[in-house]
Design a protein around this ligand. Structure first.
Ligand SMILES: [Zn+2]
Length: 605
């Protein structure tokens, strides 16, 4: 009983205290309403009543909160933070101070106009008509103009009313590039004309292709970062109200995704490809040790901010299968060596015409007598047609699979980072060897052996084939994503490289070594002699494939190889697609230029 009384007494005591607190609050509120509302709020010329009536906010989004993509050296690929010039509506000024202020500001405004690259009048017009915050737009792309850090400091120091320097998370830089693997974003829900943020980041975006799509669950943001200021009923900034920033304040998000790409190398190869006159095709550069993708360029270029669905520039040609021509002779030679139906010294005779299946050697009058090794170096069709007649279609097919062709090879992992299957490269084509193994006619085999007919290979597979030979026949899975960290730098997951074995098995180390020595012979005595002047000694295999584009005969030009010869660092494939049949061999030339570029990359970088 006594206990109960005690409890009751305590509850009663609590209630009395609570009531007193409420009473004090009510009294204070009444006091404010009755006596304070006509008082001026410190730092402003408005009364509390006036403030409540006029204030509203104008804001602009600085960061959608979407995850960032970086290259292997932590250079930003998507979601780079830049400095921008932010304009907010000007303060409402007392009439008698206006002239003085304008005079003081004129000089600063002239300087600001110069930094922004516009005339003083244009700047004044834009600023005076401002109803919403504005991040000064760039002349290229959709985003705001990026200031250098020196410019950012200067604009900040000018201290112009309503003009500040703010960080902005720029998704892309407004340029067309060959980085289709990055993908692009599109509006999650088609815009129905609702209120958009002045910076364009208010609309929810979702990854639609490339890494932006496959990694969407990791990239998805947790909230905007925005800058805001108080404005009055006329849209002028409330005096003394500064530009402020509010952020979600989550130390873990957005996530940072580190790729294996070398951004600088990627840019330089994009430049080389354009200068060489390449219009369609792809270049892939792999690290020979790991199989990591250091550069992957696809032409024509695409602009992630201007996607035309029918244009198709967003297609990543490095992952699209194309007729390989003579680079496929590597597979035929491997199949023949593994099957024991030939040897390096076997002597063949090429008269120029194979006299069966309508096949001829590209060298019209024929190569005459030549060994298998020489036949590989000069890419003699007669030699490889003869080999194909000794092999079954199944043998050619199995060797191709063992070498990582005719199947998905890019890096993937199960039950990783919340994905049942994490496969960063999207849209990778398998390619084909035979579309049908029946009937197994010799004509089809012969055409296949020289990389024509149904044979299709992706430039990524072609570069990886070189890595496979350098690894003695072990197929690695080319990797593009290597690490994911939280925003604070803490590790979330490392994604180590791995092999991509096949049920078709693998070729022997001795065959792989043999093929590599013949690839050197291509450069010393064969179709790649123009590569003898490269800075590094290199090795490789050329290919010219005949295709039809809308009924017109076209060629695919290929060169795949590696360098430097003795301590290989890079495997490279160059595929120049759909050129006129009489074009000079651009692929060999570009391969040489790329290897020269690679020879200037410091080792261990
Ligand atoms: Zn020949």
């Amino acid at each position: 009983m006594g206990l109960h009384n005690n409890v009751h007494r305590r509850i009663l005591g609590g209630l009395i205290i609570l009531c007193s607190v409420v009473a004090v609050l009510v009294l204070r509120l009444a006091w404010i309403q009755l006596f304070m509302k006509e008082q001026t709020v410190p730092g402003t010329k408005y009364t509390l009543a006036k403030m409540a009536e006029i204030q509203s906010e104008r804001e602009t989004v600085l960061d959608s909160g979407r995850g960032r993509l970086y290259d292997r050296k932590s250079e930003p690929l998507a979601g780079e933070t830049i400095w921008t010039a932010a304009f907010f509506p000007q303060e409402a000024k007392a009439r008698n101070t206006v002239t003085q202020v304008v005079y003081e500001e004129a000089e600063s405004m002239h300087r600001l106009a110069a930094i922004l690259g516009v005339s003083y009048e244009q700047l004044l017009n834009k600023r005076s008509s401002l109803k919403e915050p504005l991040l000064w737009p760039s002349s290229v792309g959709k985003g705001p103009l990026a200031l250098t850090s020196a410019q950012a400091e200067e604009v900040s120091a000018l201290g112009i009313d309503g003009v500040g320097v703010l960080p902005f998370a720029r998704r892309y830089d407004g340029k067309a590039t060959g980085r289709q693997w990055l993908g692009y974003l599109s509006e999650e829900v088609p815009n129905t004309g609702g209120k958009a943020s002045p910076s364009g980041l208010r609309i929810p975006m979702t990854g639609t292709d490339g890494l932006e799509k496959t990694l969407e669950p990791l990239l998805r943001g947790v909230g905007h970062t925005e800058a805001y200021a108080q404005v009055d009923a006329r849209g002028q900034r409330v005096p003394g109200s500064p530009i402020q920033v509010r952020a979600p304040g989550n130390p873990y998000y957005p996530l940072s995704l580190y790729t294996t790409i070398d951004k600088k190398l990627q840019e330089q190869i994009e430049e080389l490809a354009v200068k060489a006159g390449m219009k369609e095709g792809a270049v892939v550069v792999l690290d020979t040790g790991t199989g990591d993708i250091e550069a992957m360029v696809s032409l024509p270029f695409y602009d992630p901010e201007k996607i035309s669905p029918e244009g198709g520039e967003w297609n990543n040609r490095a992952l699209q299968a194309a007729v390989p021509g003579s680079i496929f002779k590597i597979v035929t030679a491997a199949a023949a060596l593994e099957a024991g139906v030939t040897s390096a010294d076997e002597l063949f005779y090429c008269s120029g015409q194979y006299e069966k299946y309508g096949l001829s050697c590209l060298k019209g009058k024929g190569h005459g007598p030549l060994t298998l090794a020489q036949g590989f170096a000069v890419s003699c069709n007669t030699v490889f047609a003869a080999l194909a007649e000794r092999l079954s279609g199944a043998q050619l097919q199995a060797t191709a699979l063992a070498l990582g062709l005719g199947r998905d090879i890019s890096w993937q992992a199960e039950n990783t980072l919340g994905f049942p299957v994490l496969k960063p490269l999207s849209g990778e084509q398998k390619g084909t060897i035979f579309t049908s193994l029946l009937p197994d006619d010799p004509g089809a085999r012969v055409q296949t052996a020289i990389g024509q007919r149904d044979v299709q290979v992706t430039p990524l597979q072609a570069a990886n084939l070189v890595v496979t030979l350098l690894h003695g026949g072990e197929v690695r899975a080319p990797r593009i994503l290597q690490r994911v960290t939280f925003a604070n730098g803490q590790k979330l997951e490392d994604l180590p490289g791995h092999l991509s074995p096949s049920t078709a098995g693998r070729i022997s180390e001795s065959t792989a070594r043999q093929l590599l020595s013949w690839m050197r012979k291509v450069v010393t005595d064969g179709t790649g002699t123009s590569l003898q002047s490269t800075k590094w000694p290199v090795a490789g295999k050329s290919g010219t494939a005949q295709t039809l584009v809308k009924g017109m005969p076209r060629n695919n030009q290929w060169f795949i190889g590696y360098g430097p010869l003795d301590h290989p660092r890079y495997a490279v494939s160059v595929a120049v697609e759909n050129v006129a049949p009489d074009s000079s061999h651009l692929a060999v030339k570009l391969f040489g230029q790329i290897l020269d570029l690679l020879s200037s990359v410091p080792s261990g970088a």
